[in-house]
Design a binder for this molecule. Sequence first.
Ligand code: SAH
Length: 231
Amino acid sequence: MNADPLEIQKFSELAHRWWDPTSEFRPLHEINPLRLEWINARAPLAGKTVIDIGCGGGILTESMARKGATVTGIDLSEKALRVADLHSLESGVQVRYELIAAEDMAAREAGRYDVVTCMEMLEHVPDPGAIVRAAATLVKPGGHVFFSTLNRNPKAYLYAVIGAEYLLRMLPKGTHDYDKFITPAELSQYARGAGLDVQGLKGLGYNPLSKIYSLNDDTSVNYLVATRRPL
Ligand code: SAH
């Protein structure tokens, strides 16, 4: 199975705090409006069928459903999915959550989705290329696949590990393993290898003084990639 049990355990242990915007998941809450609008501008979500791979507690998942999409969220953390499910019951936003590996879902529901998202997840799996291939299998011809992850270079190490985990203590120590970070060139290669066209890259910046996130063209730390399956 293409999953690291320690990674799944790490997210499961924190899962009860997923929807607390002051918790370890604060960065996901703060970047969510930015990534949601970026996705929605490229693939207007209303009426679309969407799958969110590695959905966790459902921050992006639920927000895409609020835009009028029919959304499925999958993850391998049972606890995160339970939290996601409870939250959607409470908020009244309908989402289908399922504990299933991306590769298994790809075998079962190939070509069924207009939009596939996989955010802040590839840097936690043993074989990210296999997840990219599963995403490419799940999307319809002409559909969109969006990824986000952490770049691998000294600046990314300084900001995403030393800065976020040790200096600013925004994330628990050990959240991210530098060796698993993925460069935009590597991610683009996985995407092209899976038959996806890479359409655009966007950087996700954080200003530690203003504590404000923004989308920009600096992909050196956290970045998003938009891809599309040809018709
Ligand atoms: N995509 C969400 C959550 C990111 S946290 C968001 O951006 O808001 C990373 C998530 O990936 C966690 O929920 C973790 O359980 C999940 N994950 C890690 N390895 C996985 C794997 N191999 N398969 C599916 N999910 C995985």
